[in-house]
Design a binder for this molecule. Sequence first.
Ligand code: ATP
Ligand code: MG
Length: 500
Amino acid sequence: MFKEINIPKEVLNCLDRLDNAGFEAYLVGGCVRDFLLGIEPKDWDITTNARPGEIQKLFPNNVYENAFGTVGVKTESEDPKLKIIEITTYRIEGRYSDKRHPDEIKFAKTVEEDISRRDFTINAMAMKQTVNGKWQIVDPYGGRDDLKKKIIKTVGSPAERFNEDALRLVRAVRFSAELDFSVKGGSVSGWKIEKKTEEAIKKESGLLEMISKERIRDEFVKIIMSDNAKFGIEELERVGLLKHIIPELREGIGVGQNKHHIYTVWEHNLRALDYTAQKKYSLEIRLAALFHDIGKPKTKGGEGPDSTFYNHEVVGAKMAVKIMDRLHFSKNISEQVIHLVRYHLFYYNVGEVTEAGVRRFLRRVGPENVDDLIKIREADRIGSGVPKAVPYKIRHLLFMIEKVKRDPISPKMLKVDGMDIMKILGIPPGPQVGHILSVLLEEVIDNPKKNEKKFLEEEIKKLGELNLDNLKKMAEAAKEMKEEFEEEAEEEIKKKFYVK
Ligand code: ATP
Ligand code: MG
């Protein structure tokens, strides 16, 4: 009934070599689950009764640098997930006194013992090829049955298993979102968490506080990157885990918006995320979509159809800084997400925005971010539930951007630089140079024809005669011009929302 998955020859070779040397060897865990589901496993893990030293002897080309008995066998494969195949000695875990690391790792004698330490029944299966070429499945906890029924259920007592390692709480939700590839998006998944397992998650959710943020983040990212990201976040909320991961998102629950929206802030953020997941966009875009209106509950003014959310993008960006930091996302990813949240609310109306306005917009958001911002805008629009047909505005903005894209928008693009200013005026480095550059850039953004060396040199001479105070004021006024487009936008949004 499922698609046939080929087991790569590199994997079969490892199994054979262990077998020929007289050891037991099984495929185990996620790859067995995926194989039975007919999906390509992310990696192929092997478990064996050979000890690490014995594995190393059989596979001289190896890496062994951990305390868990896992030997990485290097292969010739070009495929990144086959370059190293992990072979782990059967083991059982000792007591977990800190709820996240076993106190000791003990090698085990049988594959059944090894399987008993695994988290969910669907992850607690092993398989090996018998002499007649058939695959024999070791399935002591009814994993195959639960795969058919699409049920996530712990191996043994759920409360005990969550107390051993609380990351399993989030993993349960992750698998229920990730394993469903028949339903596309929205709030449904064909998978369910079994009743007792679910009750234990609700009861033990607070254990998540003991778990390192990096481990939580990695599971959270898998939820976000699945097709059922929206369902995954809703499940996290439903079983009481979200408040231990991103409590800020919950502020939007039940917060109504104005006449331009039919959904609450919570539902709108999730629908925006859903759109980006269906489009298979990057992690950064998905996170930015999920957080784009996260500042709304804190900035809401009034009630009902005329309520306002001034500055929610600024407040939201600040909240995103905290979230990304708390979950230890890399600087790169964080900066991009925060930037997109901060600038998602750009306004553009055909015929009202000048070319200079578009240049200022580009300077503010960065030309390299335009594509991503437009994706967020689209997610926002579709996620609002009242998607008015406005894509022509976006097309027009893209056309305007194309028109001005070679125009100068940063000091680097001016035909003169700081050195020229110092030379012409005979002055040392200092604030004067910076102020003059700001004023020149503003003139050029206003009219790119002015970006001529001769003209700018004359301007430098004139500006050089001003005293520092006046020059500073001009530079500051120029910098304020930067924001004009945005303030215009605010004005327009106010008009659009019929707010005085
Ligand atoms: P993925 O498809 O994301 O790789 P996976 O099921 O393979 O999913 P891994 O994190 O790669 O998940 O772990 C491999 C296997 O190790 C799991 O299938 C499970 O048997 C076991 N395992 C992983 N993490 C835990 C845990 N926290 N507690 C118990 N068993 C675990
Ligand atoms: Mg895996």
